[in-house]
Design a protein around this ligand. Structure first.
Ligand code: ATP
Ligand code: MG
Length: 452
Protein backbone atom coordinates (compact mmCIF):
# COMPACT_ATOMS: atom_id res chain seq x y z
CA UNK A 1 0.00 0.00 0.00
CA UNK A 2 1.27 3.44 -0.93
CA UNK A 3 1.47 6.00 1.86
CA UNK A 4 1.07 9.73 1.50
CA UNK A 5 0.85 12.50 4.04
CA UNK A 6 -0.53 15.56 2.39
CA UNK A 7 -4.01 15.75 3.87
CA UNK A 8 -4.79 18.77 6.04
CA UNK A 9 -4.65 18.37 9.80
CA UNK A 10 -8.32 19.36 10.10
CA UNK A 11 -9.46 16.44 7.95
CA UNK A 12 -7.10 13.97 9.63
CA UNK A 13 -8.43 15.01 13.03
CA UNK A 14 -12.01 14.26 11.98
CA UNK A 15 -10.96 10.84 10.61
CA UNK A 16 -9.18 10.02 13.89
CA UNK A 17 -12.11 11.07 16.08
CA UNK A 18 -14.44 8.81 14.08
CA UNK A 19 -11.88 5.98 14.23
CA UNK A 20 -11.59 6.36 18.01
CA UNK A 21 -15.26 5.42 18.34
CA UNK A 22 -14.68 2.22 16.40
CA UNK A 23 -15.82 3.32 12.93
CA UNK A 24 -13.94 3.45 9.66
CA UNK A 25 -13.36 6.85 8.02
CA UNK A 26 -11.45 7.91 4.89
CA UNK A 27 -10.86 10.86 2.65
CA UNK A 28 -12.32 9.92 -0.72
CA UNK A 29 -12.97 11.08 -4.26
CA UNK A 30 -11.68 14.26 -5.87
CA UNK A 31 -9.59 15.35 -2.90
CA UNK A 32 -7.58 12.10 -2.86
CA UNK A 33 -7.21 12.23 -6.65
CA UNK A 34 -5.94 15.81 -6.39
CA UNK A 35 -3.53 15.02 -3.54
CA UNK A 36 -2.10 12.13 -5.59
CA UNK A 37 -1.72 14.46 -8.58
CA UNK A 38 -0.11 17.24 -6.53
CA UNK A 39 -3.08 19.54 -7.09
CA UNK A 40 -4.90 21.54 -4.44
CA UNK A 41 -8.24 19.89 -3.63
CA UNK A 42 -11.28 22.17 -4.06
CA UNK A 43 -13.35 20.42 -1.39
CA UNK A 44 -13.01 17.64 1.14
CA UNK A 45 -15.12 14.48 1.15
CA UNK A 46 -14.99 11.92 3.90
CA UNK A 47 -16.64 8.52 3.72
CA UNK A 48 -17.37 6.52 6.87
CA UNK A 49 -19.08 3.45 8.29
CA UNK A 50 -20.83 5.64 10.90
CA UNK A 51 -24.39 6.79 10.15
CA UNK A 52 -25.36 10.49 10.22
CA UNK A 53 -27.09 9.96 13.55
CA UNK A 54 -23.93 8.44 15.02
CA UNK A 55 -21.81 11.21 13.47
CA UNK A 56 -23.91 13.84 15.19
CA UNK A 57 -22.84 12.36 18.52
CA UNK A 58 -19.26 11.48 17.59
CA UNK A 59 -18.54 14.93 16.12
CA UNK A 60 -20.59 16.91 18.65
CA UNK A 61 -17.68 19.31 19.29
CA UNK A 62 -18.03 20.61 15.70
CA UNK A 63 -20.67 22.72 14.07
CA UNK A 64 -22.65 20.34 11.86
CA UNK A 65 -25.04 21.19 9.03
CA UNK A 66 -27.42 18.45 7.94
CA UNK A 67 -26.95 19.01 4.22
CA UNK A 68 -28.21 15.71 2.82
CA UNK A 69 -29.40 13.44 5.59
CA UNK A 70 -31.49 11.41 3.13
CA UNK A 71 -28.34 10.50 1.21
CA UNK A 72 -26.30 10.08 4.36
CA UNK A 73 -24.40 13.38 4.17
CA UNK A 74 -23.62 15.92 6.84
CA UNK A 75 -21.28 18.90 6.53
CA UNK A 76 -18.76 19.52 9.30
CA UNK A 77 -17.53 23.09 9.70
CA UNK A 78 -14.13 23.72 11.23
CA UNK A 79 -11.93 26.82 11.09
CA UNK A 80 -13.31 28.12 7.84
CA UNK A 81 -13.09 24.70 6.10
CA UNK A 82 -16.03 22.45 5.44
CA UNK A 83 -15.94 18.68 5.20
CA UNK A 84 -18.71 16.62 3.62
CA UNK A 85 -19.02 13.42 5.62
CA UNK A 86 -21.09 10.67 3.99
CA UNK A 87 -21.95 7.21 5.25
CA UNK A 88 -20.74 4.27 3.10
CA UNK A 89 -23.64 3.64 0.76
CA UNK A 90 -24.94 1.68 -2.17
CA UNK A 91 -27.15 3.66 -4.52
CA UNK A 92 -30.60 2.22 -5.23
CA UNK A 93 -32.35 2.22 -8.60
CA UNK A 94 -32.18 5.39 -10.72
CA UNK A 95 -35.38 6.26 -12.50
CA UNK A 96 -34.71 9.94 -13.21
CA UNK A 97 -31.21 9.44 -14.69
CA UNK A 98 -29.87 11.72 -12.03
CA UNK A 99 -30.44 10.76 -8.41
CA UNK A 100 -30.93 7.34 -6.87
CA UNK A 101 -34.52 6.73 -5.73
CA UNK A 102 -33.13 5.42 -2.48
CA UNK A 103 -29.75 4.83 -0.90
CA UNK A 104 -28.76 1.95 1.30
CA UNK A 105 -26.10 2.33 3.95
CA UNK A 106 -23.44 -0.37 3.99
CA UNK A 107 -20.50 -1.25 6.19
CA UNK A 108 -18.29 -1.94 3.19
CA UNK A 109 -15.87 0.68 1.90
CA UNK A 110 -15.42 -1.45 -1.23
CA UNK A 111 -19.14 -1.15 -2.04
CA UNK A 112 -19.05 2.58 -1.48
CA UNK A 113 -16.11 2.94 -3.86
CA UNK A 114 -17.95 0.89 -6.51
CA UNK A 115 -20.82 3.43 -6.70
CA UNK A 116 -18.43 6.25 -7.61
CA UNK A 117 -18.21 7.55 -11.16
CA UNK A 118 -14.61 7.13 -12.35
CA UNK A 119 -11.69 5.04 -11.14
CA UNK A 120 -9.64 8.19 -10.47
CA UNK A 121 -12.46 9.36 -8.16
CA UNK A 122 -12.82 6.01 -6.38
CA UNK A 123 -9.69 6.08 -4.24
CA UNK A 124 -9.77 6.38 -0.45
CA UNK A 125 -7.09 7.45 2.02
CA UNK A 126 -7.09 6.79 5.76
CA UNK A 127 -5.89 9.01 8.59
CA UNK A 128 -2.35 7.62 8.26
CA UNK A 129 -1.98 8.19 4.52
CA UNK A 130 -2.71 4.57 3.51
CA UNK A 131 -4.32 4.39 0.08
CA UNK A 132 -7.21 2.04 -0.70
CA UNK A 133 -7.57 1.70 -4.44
CA UNK A 134 -9.58 -1.33 -5.53
CA UNK A 135 -10.55 -0.10 -8.99
CA UNK A 136 -7.18 0.76 -10.49
CA UNK A 137 -7.50 4.52 -9.94
CA UNK A 138 -3.82 5.18 -9.31
CA UNK A 139 -2.81 3.43 -12.51
CA UNK A 140 -5.38 5.50 -14.42
CA UNK A 141 -4.08 8.70 -12.85
CA UNK A 142 -0.59 7.69 -13.95
CA UNK A 143 -1.77 7.02 -17.50
CA UNK A 144 -4.14 10.01 -17.51
CA UNK A 145 -7.27 7.99 -18.16
CA UNK A 146 -10.91 8.65 -17.31
CA UNK A 147 -12.54 5.23 -16.96
CA UNK A 148 -15.94 4.45 -15.50
CA UNK A 149 -16.10 2.21 -12.46
CA UNK A 150 -18.03 -0.72 -13.97
CA UNK A 151 -19.86 -0.72 -17.30
CA UNK A 152 -19.91 2.80 -18.80
CA UNK A 153 -23.33 2.43 -20.41
CA UNK A 154 -24.89 1.24 -17.16
CA UNK A 155 -23.28 4.03 -15.21
CA UNK A 156 -24.40 6.75 -17.67
CA UNK A 157 -27.89 5.28 -17.78
CA UNK A 158 -28.07 5.52 -14.00
CA UNK A 159 -26.91 9.12 -13.93
CA UNK A 160 -26.48 11.01 -17.19
CA UNK A 161 -24.61 13.86 -15.54
CA UNK A 162 -21.63 11.50 -15.48
CA UNK A 163 -21.43 11.93 -19.28
CA UNK A 164 -20.55 15.58 -18.79
CA UNK A 165 -18.39 14.88 -15.75
CA UNK A 166 -16.36 12.49 -17.90
CA UNK A 167 -15.79 15.27 -20.42
CA UNK A 168 -15.16 17.84 -17.72
CA UNK A 169 -12.44 15.79 -16.01
CA UNK A 170 -10.74 15.28 -19.38
CA UNK A 171 -10.68 19.03 -19.92
CA UNK A 172 -9.75 19.93 -16.36
CA UNK A 173 -7.08 17.28 -15.82
CA UNK A 174 -5.86 16.85 -19.40
CA UNK A 175 -6.87 13.16 -19.33
CA UNK A 176 -8.38 10.96 -22.08
CA UNK A 177 -11.40 8.71 -21.73
CA UNK A 178 -10.71 5.04 -22.41
CA UNK A 179 -12.37 3.53 -25.52
CA UNK A 180 -15.47 2.08 -23.82
CA UNK A 181 -16.15 5.20 -21.80
CA UNK A 182 -15.75 7.36 -24.89
CA UNK A 183 -18.06 5.15 -26.94
CA UNK A 184 -20.73 5.27 -24.24
CA UNK A 185 -20.46 9.07 -23.97
CA UNK A 186 -21.24 9.45 -27.67
CA UNK A 187 -23.92 6.76 -27.75
CA UNK A 188 -25.87 8.03 -24.74
CA UNK A 189 -25.34 11.79 -25.15
CA UNK A 190 -29.07 12.53 -25.57
CA UNK A 191 -29.71 11.42 -21.99
CA UNK A 192 -28.33 14.83 -21.05
CA UNK A 193 -31.70 16.30 -21.99
CA UNK A 194 -33.08 14.72 -18.83
CA UNK A 195 -30.63 16.53 -16.57
CA UNK A 196 -31.43 19.85 -14.91
CA UNK A 197 -30.00 22.70 -16.92
CA UNK A 198 -28.20 24.22 -13.92
CA UNK A 199 -26.15 21.06 -13.47
CA UNK A 200 -25.41 20.86 -17.19
CA UNK A 201 -24.30 24.46 -17.23
CA UNK A 202 -22.12 24.01 -14.16
CA UNK A 203 -20.22 21.17 -15.83
CA UNK A 204 -20.10 22.96 -19.19
CA UNK A 205 -18.48 26.02 -17.58
CA UNK A 206 -15.82 23.78 -16.06
CA UNK A 207 -15.25 22.20 -19.47
CA UNK A 208 -14.74 25.68 -20.96
CA UNK A 209 -12.08 26.69 -18.43
CA UNK A 210 -10.24 23.37 -18.41
CA UNK A 211 -6.64 23.25 -19.60
CA UNK A 212 -7.59 20.89 -22.44
CA UNK A 213 -10.77 22.75 -23.41
CA UNK A 214 -9.69 22.98 -27.03
CA UNK A 215 -9.17 19.28 -27.59
CA UNK A 216 -12.22 18.25 -25.61
CA UNK A 217 -14.59 20.73 -27.26
CA UNK A 218 -13.45 19.48 -30.66
CA UNK A 219 -13.72 15.81 -29.74
CA UNK A 220 -17.14 16.05 -28.07
CA UNK A 221 -18.81 18.74 -30.15
CA UNK A 222 -21.82 16.50 -30.78
CA UNK A 223 -22.35 16.15 -27.04
CA UNK A 224 -22.22 19.92 -26.54
CA UNK A 225 -24.75 20.33 -29.36
CA UNK A 226 -27.26 18.27 -27.35
CA UNK A 227 -27.82 21.20 -25.00
CA UNK A 228 -26.61 24.04 -27.28
CA UNK A 229 -28.04 22.85 -30.64
CA UNK A 230 -27.53 26.35 -32.11
CA UNK A 231 -23.79 25.60 -32.36
CA UNK A 232 -24.25 22.66 -34.74
CA UNK A 233 -24.47 24.77 -37.91
CA UNK A 234 -20.93 26.03 -37.31
CA UNK A 235 -19.44 22.53 -37.48
CA UNK A 236 -17.27 22.24 -40.63
CA UNK A 237 -18.68 25.52 -41.97
CA UNK A 238 -16.09 26.78 -44.50
CA UNK A 239 -15.70 30.57 -44.18
CA UNK A 240 -14.44 31.00 -47.78
CA UNK A 241 -12.35 33.94 -46.64
CA UNK A 242 -8.55 34.36 -46.65
CA UNK A 243 -8.67 35.86 -43.14
CA UNK A 244 -9.88 32.52 -41.90
CA UNK A 245 -8.12 29.23 -42.29
CA UNK A 246 -10.40 27.42 -39.83
CA UNK A 247 -14.05 26.46 -40.17
CA UNK A 248 -16.43 28.45 -37.97
CA UNK A 249 -16.54 25.93 -35.12
CA UNK A 250 -12.79 25.43 -35.00
CA UNK A 251 -12.29 29.18 -35.05
CA UNK A 252 -14.73 29.52 -32.14
CA UNK A 253 -12.94 26.84 -30.15
CA UNK A 254 -9.56 28.40 -30.84
CA UNK A 255 -10.89 31.68 -29.50
CA UNK A 256 -12.22 29.91 -26.39
CA UNK A 257 -8.82 28.40 -25.68
CA UNK A 258 -7.00 31.68 -26.26
CA UNK A 259 -9.14 34.03 -24.18
CA UNK A 260 -8.54 34.60 -20.44
CA UNK A 261 -9.38 31.60 -18.39
CA UNK A 262 -12.57 32.72 -16.74
CA UNK A 263 -16.07 31.36 -17.19
CA UNK A 264 -17.72 34.52 -18.46
CA UNK A 265 -15.09 35.37 -21.05
CA UNK A 266 -14.92 31.80 -22.28
CA UNK A 267 -18.69 31.60 -22.65
CA UNK A 268 -18.63 34.86 -24.63
CA UNK A 269 -15.94 33.38 -26.91
CA UNK A 270 -17.93 30.17 -27.31
CA UNK A 271 -20.99 32.08 -28.47
CA UNK A 272 -19.37 35.00 -30.34
CA UNK A 273 -19.60 33.67 -33.90
CA UNK A 274 -22.34 31.11 -33.72
CA UNK A 275 -24.66 33.12 -35.99
CA UNK A 276 -22.09 33.25 -38.77
CA UNK A 277 -23.55 30.36 -40.80
CA UNK A 278 -27.02 31.91 -40.94
CA UNK A 279 -25.58 35.28 -42.01
CA UNK A 280 -23.28 33.87 -44.71
CA UNK A 281 -23.25 35.35 -48.22
CA UNK A 282 -20.78 34.83 -51.06
CA UNK A 283 -19.55 37.90 -52.93
CA UNK A 284 -16.95 37.69 -55.72
CA UNK A 285 -15.63 34.45 -54.32
CA UNK A 286 -15.36 35.72 -50.73
CA UNK A 287 -17.55 34.72 -47.84
CA UNK A 288 -19.12 37.49 -45.74
CA UNK A 289 -21.18 37.34 -42.58
CA UNK A 290 -23.08 40.59 -42.48
CA UNK A 291 -24.67 41.42 -39.12
CA UNK A 292 -23.65 38.14 -37.53
CA UNK A 293 -22.69 40.14 -34.42
CA UNK A 294 -26.24 41.46 -33.87
CA UNK A 295 -27.88 38.18 -34.78
CA UNK A 296 -25.31 36.36 -32.65
CA UNK A 297 -26.04 38.45 -29.60
CA UNK A 298 -29.76 37.68 -29.97
CA UNK A 299 -29.15 33.95 -30.22
CA UNK A 300 -26.64 34.12 -27.34
CA UNK A 301 -29.25 35.79 -25.17
CA UNK A 302 -31.73 32.99 -25.83
CA UNK A 303 -29.11 30.37 -25.02
CA UNK A 304 -27.98 32.12 -21.84
CA UNK A 305 -31.57 32.49 -20.67
CA UNK A 306 -32.12 28.81 -21.28
CA UNK A 307 -28.94 28.04 -19.31
CA UNK A 308 -30.33 30.22 -16.49
CA UNK A 309 -27.52 32.77 -16.50
CA UNK A 310 -27.78 35.71 -14.12
CA UNK A 311 -28.91 38.97 -15.72
CA UNK A 312 -25.58 40.75 -15.39
CA UNK A 313 -23.51 38.03 -17.10
CA UNK A 314 -26.17 37.65 -19.76
CA UNK A 315 -26.17 41.38 -20.49
CA UNK A 316 -22.35 41.62 -20.55
CA UNK A 317 -21.91 38.61 -22.81
CA UNK A 318 -24.57 39.61 -25.31
CA UNK A 319 -23.21 43.17 -25.30
CA UNK A 320 -19.67 42.17 -26.24
CA UNK A 321 -20.92 39.75 -28.88
CA UNK A 322 -22.92 42.52 -30.47
CA UNK A 323 -19.93 44.89 -30.32
CA UNK A 324 -17.28 42.47 -31.52
CA UNK A 325 -15.54 43.18 -34.80
CA UNK A 326 -15.00 46.79 -33.78
CA UNK A 327 -11.84 48.16 -35.37
CA UNK A 328 -10.31 50.26 -32.61
CA UNK A 329 -8.47 53.52 -33.34
CA UNK A 330 -5.44 53.49 -31.08
CA UNK A 331 -5.88 57.03 -29.80
CA UNK A 332 -6.60 58.38 -26.34
CA UNK A 333 -9.66 60.26 -27.53
CA UNK A 334 -11.17 57.12 -29.00
CA UNK A 335 -10.33 55.19 -25.81
CA UNK A 336 -12.21 57.79 -23.75
CA UNK A 337 -15.23 57.59 -26.03
CA UNK A 338 -15.32 53.82 -25.83
CA UNK A 339 -14.88 53.89 -22.06
CA UNK A 340 -17.76 56.33 -21.86
CA UNK A 341 -20.07 54.31 -24.09
CA UNK A 342 -19.21 50.78 -22.92
CA UNK A 343 -17.94 51.23 -19.36
CA UNK A 344 -14.53 49.85 -18.37
CA UNK A 345 -15.68 46.33 -17.47
CA UNK A 346 -17.29 45.65 -20.83
CA UNK A 347 -14.56 47.39 -22.80
CA UNK A 348 -11.89 45.22 -21.16
CA UNK A 349 -13.98 42.13 -21.92
CA UNK A 350 -14.41 43.22 -25.53
CA UNK A 351 -10.67 43.85 -25.90
CA UNK A 352 -9.95 40.30 -24.68
CA UNK A 353 -12.54 38.88 -27.06
CA UNK A 354 -11.06 40.82 -29.97
CA UNK A 355 -7.55 39.59 -29.16
CA UNK A 356 -8.69 35.97 -28.95
CA UNK A 357 -10.76 36.39 -32.10
CA UNK A 358 -7.86 37.81 -34.10
CA UNK A 359 -5.39 35.23 -32.80
CA UNK A 360 -7.64 32.44 -33.99
CA UNK A 361 -7.75 33.70 -37.57
CA UNK A 362 -5.17 33.16 -40.30
CA UNK A 363 -1.78 33.29 -38.47
CA UNK A 364 -0.22 35.12 -41.42
CA UNK A 365 -2.23 38.27 -40.79
CA UNK A 366 -2.50 38.19 -37.01
CA UNK A 367 0.37 40.51 -36.09
CA UNK A 368 -0.89 43.76 -37.52
CA UNK A 369 -4.41 43.37 -36.17
CA UNK A 370 -3.19 42.28 -32.78
CA UNK A 371 -0.77 45.20 -32.55
CA UNK A 372 -3.64 47.57 -33.24
CA UNK A 373 -5.76 46.12 -30.41
CA UNK A 374 -2.81 46.18 -28.02
CA UNK A 375 -2.02 49.79 -28.85
CA UNK A 376 -5.62 50.67 -28.18
CA UNK A 377 -5.50 48.78 -24.89
CA UNK A 378 -2.45 50.81 -23.85
CA UNK A 379 -4.43 54.00 -24.41
CA UNK A 380 -7.26 52.63 -22.28
CA UNK A 381 -4.75 51.77 -19.54
CA UNK A 382 -3.34 55.30 -19.70
CA UNK A 383 -6.75 56.96 -19.44
CA UNK A 384 -7.59 54.81 -16.42
CA UNK A 385 -4.19 55.24 -14.76
CA UNK A 386 -4.27 59.01 -15.16
CA UNK A 387 -7.85 59.18 -13.89
CA UNK A 388 -8.74 61.19 -16.98
CA UNK A 389 -12.27 62.36 -17.47
CA UNK A 390 -14.27 60.22 -19.90
CA UNK A 391 -17.80 60.21 -18.51
CA UNK A 392 -20.36 62.62 -17.06
CA UNK A 393 -19.62 61.44 -13.58
CA UNK A 394 -15.96 62.47 -13.97
CA UNK A 395 -16.96 65.91 -15.24
CA UNK A 396 -16.43 68.72 -12.71
CA UNK A 397 -19.84 70.19 -13.35
CA UNK A 398 -23.30 68.71 -13.08
CA UNK A 399 -26.96 69.40 -13.83
CA UNK A 400 -27.59 71.24 -10.56
CA UNK A 401 -24.89 73.78 -11.32
CA UNK A 402 -26.25 74.30 -14.83
CA UNK A 403 -29.71 74.82 -13.32
CA UNK A 404 -28.32 77.41 -10.91
CA UNK A 405 -26.76 79.41 -13.72
CA UNK A 406 -30.01 79.54 -15.64
CA UNK A 407 -30.51 76.33 -17.63
CA UNK A 408 -34.02 74.94 -17.58
CA UNK A 409 -34.43 71.34 -16.47
CA UNK A 410 -34.93 69.16 -19.52
CA UNK A 411 -33.14 68.03 -22.67
CA UNK A 412 -31.12 71.24 -23.13
CA UNK A 413 -29.41 70.70 -19.81
CA UNK A 414 -28.44 67.13 -20.70
CA UNK A 415 -27.24 68.22 -24.14
CA UNK A 416 -25.04 70.89 -22.61
CA UNK A 417 -23.42 68.41 -20.23
CA UNK A 418 -22.70 66.09 -23.17
CA UNK A 419 -21.23 68.98 -25.16
CA UNK A 420 -18.94 69.96 -22.27
CA UNK A 421 -17.85 66.34 -21.83
CA UNK A 422 -17.07 66.10 -25.53
CA UNK A 423 -14.89 69.22 -25.34
CA UNK A 424 -13.04 67.84 -22.31
CA UNK A 425 -12.49 64.47 -24.03
CA UNK A 426 -11.21 66.31 -27.10
CA UNK A 427 -8.80 68.23 -24.84
CA UNK A 428 -10.39 71.49 -25.99
CA UNK A 429 -11.51 72.41 -22.49
CA UNK A 430 -10.00 71.86 -19.07
CA UNK A 431 -12.01 69.72 -16.64
CA UNK A 432 -12.13 72.52 -14.10
CA UNK A 433 -15.34 73.77 -12.52
CA UNK A 434 -14.75 77.49 -13.17
CA UNK A 435 -13.71 76.87 -16.77
CA UNK A 436 -16.76 74.67 -17.35
CA UNK A 437 -19.15 77.17 -15.77
CA UNK A 438 -17.74 79.97 -17.90
CA UNK A 439 -18.22 77.90 -21.06
CA UNK A 440 -21.75 76.88 -20.02
CA UNK A 441 -22.66 80.55 -19.43
CA UNK A 442 -21.37 81.49 -22.87
CA UNK A 443 -23.34 78.65 -24.44
CA UNK A 444 -26.45 79.76 -22.59
CA UNK A 445 -26.11 83.29 -23.93
CA UNK A 446 -25.83 81.95 -27.47
CA UNK A 447 -28.90 79.75 -26.90
CA UNK A 448 -30.98 82.63 -25.58
CA UNK A 449 -29.84 84.91 -28.41
CA UNK A 450 -30.85 82.32 -31.00
CA UNK A 451 -34.25 81.90 -29.30
CA UNK A 452 -35.08 85.62 -29.22
P1 ATP B 1 -14.05 18.51 -7.96
O1 ATP B 1 -12.58 18.60 -8.05
O2 ATP B 1 -14.74 19.31 -8.99
O3 ATP B 1 -14.61 18.76 -6.59
P2 ATP B 1 -14.77 15.80 -7.45
O4 ATP B 1 -14.31 14.53 -8.10
O5 ATP B 1 -14.35 16.00 -6.05
O6 ATP B 1 -14.34 16.98 -8.36
P3 ATP B 1 -17.40 16.15 -6.45
O7 ATP B 1 -18.63 16.58 -7.20
O8 ATP B 1 -16.85 17.03 -5.39
O9 ATP B 1 -16.33 15.82 -7.56
O10 ATP B 1 -17.76 14.74 -5.86
C1 ATP B 1 -16.92 14.06 -4.91
C2 ATP B 1 -16.86 12.59 -5.23
O11 ATP B 1 -18.17 12.00 -5.22
C3 ATP B 1 -16.33 12.27 -6.64
O12 ATP B 1 -14.94 12.28 -6.69
C4 ATP B 1 -16.93 10.90 -6.87
O13 ATP B 1 -16.24 9.91 -6.15
C5 ATP B 1 -18.31 11.05 -6.24
N1 ATP B 1 -19.32 11.51 -7.20
C6 ATP B 1 -19.69 12.79 -7.42
N2 ATP B 1 -20.65 12.87 -8.35
C7 ATP B 1 -20.89 11.61 -8.74
C8 ATP B 1 -21.79 11.01 -9.65
N3 ATP B 1 -22.61 11.76 -10.38
N4 ATP B 1 -21.77 9.66 -9.76
C9 ATP B 1 -20.94 8.90 -9.03
N5 ATP B 1 -20.08 9.41 -8.15
C10 ATP B 1 -20.04 10.73 -7.99
MG1 MG C 1 -14.82 17.56 -4.85
Amino acid sequence: MEKINKAPVGAIRILKIINSKGYEAYLVGGCVRDILMGRNPKDWDITTSATPKELNLILSEYKIVETGIKHGTITVLDKGESYEVTTFRIDGKYTDKRRPDSVKFTVSLAEDLKRRDFTVNAIAMDAYGNIIDENGGQKDIKNKIIRCVGEPEDRFNEDALRILRAIRFQSELGFHANKETEKAIIKLKDLLLKISIERVRNEFEKILIGKDARRVLMAYKEVIAVFIPEIRESFDFDQCNPYHIYDVYEHIINAVSLIDNNKKYRMAAFLHDLAKPQCFVMDKGWGHFYHHETKGSEVAEEILKRLKYDNESLADISFVIKAHGTVFSPTEKYAKHKLNHFGEKRLRMLIELEKADVKSQNPEIVDERLANIENFEKKVDKVIEENSCFSLKDLNINGNILFEIGYEKGPALGEELERLLELVIENKLENDEDVLIKKAEEDLEVRLAVKS
